[in-house]
Design a protein around this ligand. Sequence first.
Ligand code: DAH
Length: 344
Amino acid sequence: MDKILTVQQEALDAIAAADNLEKLNAVKIRYLGKKGSIQALMSEMKSLPKEEKPAFGQKVNVCKQEVSEALEKRQAVLEEGALAEQLIREKIDITLPGTLKTPGTTHPLLMIQQELEDLFLGMGYKVAEGPEVELDYYNFELANIPKDHPARDMQDTFYIDPNTLLRTHTTAMQMRELEKAEGKTPIKLICPGKVYRRDDDDATHSHQFMQCEGLVVGEHITLTDLKGTLEFMANRMFGEGRTIRFRPSYFPFTEPSVEVDVSCPFCNGKGCSVCKGSGWIEILGAGMVHPHVLEMNGFDPEKCSGFAFGVGLERVAMLKYGIDDIRNFYTNDARFLKMFDRFD
Ligand code: DAH
């Protein structure tokens, strides 16, 4: 009987001393396993006199039960502790600030392009596209600028081979669209895109820049239509109250040709440093499509006429946002580009 109590006490002490689940399991095997001490007590019962067996058996059972209960309790405590420990070990500090991603903003030139597209789509124009690597044929020949024409000197060109070049103006797309129409009118479109010239870069020149061409061909299209259209555009781009004026100019693909000025949006035409006191700012070139251009592209200049214009997007953006160096558009300084997120 004493032996039972000794074993029981030993087991309870061992359970209390087990400080992790592994050790506890070893204790369990040692006392409750098939070859464990308590089972050994059961076997000892065989050698006892018959009358002592029931009391002994009962005692061993009590011992077994107490040890089992103590084990279960201890196991629960240790499991809880192990879980708490794991939670501490695997804790993720969600209060740490993440790595900030700076989202991009729409490039100011793309903003101007989109503004122009919106405004002309609203007037029923379509938006056309064309290749930047262009044939001399579309860039010059069809635009009434044959080889050896002095106007070729106005646009110093990146040639790829004698017939292929980087387009120097969006007028190349105008020619492609005219040819594509196969003499059918009306045509109403704009073609925005990048153009290239062999210029030395400085505050107002860039070897790559953007233009947007406009083209309307139909019956009875006049210079007045051109003026009304450009005045509407000037008002939308530079604010209500703008007026425009035409100055005579020369382009081989238009006749007559005009240079278009807009009344200075900074001083309302009174004269300031931006317009150099004149009250006017030059914004684009335009004119009536040259009859010879119409003819070369399969139109009868007796039956239809058209106007065209080409506007530089950098110039518009510089005026609109007060930017004084064209290189800002191309050096990708995030601090410069970030300023435009408020217009996005
Ligand atoms: N292509 C001319 C340039 O790059 C701009 C231009 C002027 C386009 C008159 C036109 C136009 O369509 O009619 O300088």
